[in-house]
Design a protein around this ligand. Sequence first.
Ligand code: DAH
Length: 444
Amino acid sequence: MAARVLCAQAFTRPRVSRTLTTFLRLYTTPAPTPSAIPVLGKTYPTDAYTNITPAIVSKVSRQLHLQDGHPICTLRALVEDHFADFAHLRSVSPLVTPYQNFDSLSFPEDHPGRSKTDSYYLNQDMMLRTHTSAHEVEVFSEGKERWLLTADVYRRDEIDASHYPVFHQMEGAKIVSSDEAGVQAMEEDSRRLEHELSQSNIIIEDVPHVSGTNPAQPEHDPRHSEIMAKNLKLSLNSLMYKLFAGVAGATKEDPLRVRWIEAYFPFTSPSFEVEVFFRGKWLEILGCGVVLQSTLDRANVANEMGWAFGLGLERIAMILYSIPDIRLFWSEDPRFISQFKAGDITTFKPYSKYPESYRDVSFWKPQEGLHENDVYDVVRDIAGDLVEDVKMIDQFTHPKTGRESMAFRVTYRSMDRSLVNDEVNALQEQVIERLREHLRVEIR
Ligand code: DAH
């Protein structure tokens, strides 16, 4: 059956210039998975787990959090400034073992995050970290008791203005000896923070530090657990005030509003999420909790206890700088980066938005099944940052044959220039070819 490109603007068969086609072929034709992949100067043998794509490999060396003046870098420095007496780690390789990413944090064997559809694997023994928590055991085992670690993290995900397969997180942690001296030090710090916050224009919706549904760990004295959770909350309320007081209200009539929610993470108990009220909506900002004792045992600091949090930087930077599309962080257009000065938070001035162009593709799923994330990675790998959005627009099962059909709309737009129709058609042809050859779909 012939490939059909449903085209929004013109319903003609794409006529593609020869040079462009040749270029795209050379650049994007699906090579069978090579036997080894070089990443950050080392070569890794591939296997049935390998699903990392060249588009992703090209991101591992960018290090936006270290690029002077970049919003992600300024935000990182701001948080570090707030936790001034913490160790500040910034250059830890994104390549980790599944043990580091999951087992060291007591993730169950069947946790969905482990699957190839959710995470990027170089092979079954090596992956790209999906969160900065992957480094907790190694950092605690270096004897660090107060630390922040900033890094790029990778997750297979949908494509739109606020989802990108690479983003940045900051992990923060503080532990003390679990004897009276350590616990008292925490309490003293909490008194200082409480005093500071009492003079700030902030309203906090709280939940109990410890409860039946969000329990202290059996290894912990429940009173100690309360004290850790309280210090965690005060430390983060104070950080939220520092980050958001200037933008999310915080006038006399309109104070900053922070809300605490009970949560679940495999590596903390009790666990919480923090949300901030911004422009009429509650925004999820971070996850945190009292560190699971088994994590600290693995790090050989069994006689300590404390808290940890994980903060996503892009979402916060989008708010603080009014950046409308997550792809902009990766733009190498001087009109983006030249707007910003290290240390200053300023409002992003949009430069002209070039027109979008969308194409639809529909197909029968292969017998062996297909995950949406596989489609997103094909598009991302071929079109890179020229793809703005991919949405599943239709799905049905044929009543007679039982075959499943899916349709996707791919929206192309460049941040830096106008795309010509031929170019978009050529990209879409490549997408279709790759869907056929790699994912074995039958184009409808
Ligand atoms: N790693 C979690 C995530 O990416 C966030 C997180 C939750 C980090 C709780 C923590 C924590 O340190 O204690 O969703």
